[in-house]
Ligand binder design. Structure first.
Ligand SMILES: [Zn+2]
Length: 150
């Protein structure tokens, strides 16, 4: 049996994401991260099972940056002041571009990028009550409404 790619499952709609898809385009699928319940943590996954920027075709490359700008503006509209961006190529999943909000509560884990990993783990382990997940889903719904309107 082949290994199932979680990202392929999500972009195809076979696996549900918290709050539902935020934005779907010809080449990308944006959604709330499924592992870390940080409100407004958006993952932009390619529809194709590619690993990196260099594998993007012309259509993907052309669509990508305007989509990231649009999502970032939506994050601003819901009060997210700063965002960290990253993606990794040494992954079992396919191309996932992370847009991780910086929140004041993350300060206890350090400044800037050093806080990201511990903050994500803290969210996963200690911020996953029903109320907190509901808030994450509400944030996803707000982002989706803004993205649909713009
Ligand atoms: Zn895949």
């Amino acid at each position: 049996m082949g290994v199932i790619c979680l990202s392929c499952e999500i972009v195809s709609g076979r696996k549900e994401v918290t709050g539902g898809p935020l934005c779907e385009t010809d080449h990308f699928h944006a959604h709330q991260d499924v592992a870390y319940p940080v409100p407004g943590l958006v993952i932009v996954a390619s529809r194709r099972h590619i690993k990196s920027f260099v594998e993007m075709d012309g259509g993907e490359a052309q669509e990508f940056l305007p989509l990231i700008q649009k999502i970032r503006r939506a994050q601003s509209a819901v009060g997210i002041d700063s965002v960290y961006y990253f993606y990794n190529e040494d992954t079992k999943h396919h191309f996932n571009f992370w847009m991780v909000p910086r929140y004041p509560w993350m300060a206890r884990f350090g400044k800037s990028i050093e806080a990201v990993r511990p903050a994500l783990i803290h969210a996963r382990d200690h911020m996953a009550s029903a109320d907190e997940i509901s808030f994450v889903a509400q944030m996803a719904a707000r982002l989706r409404r803004i993205l649909v309107d713009n």
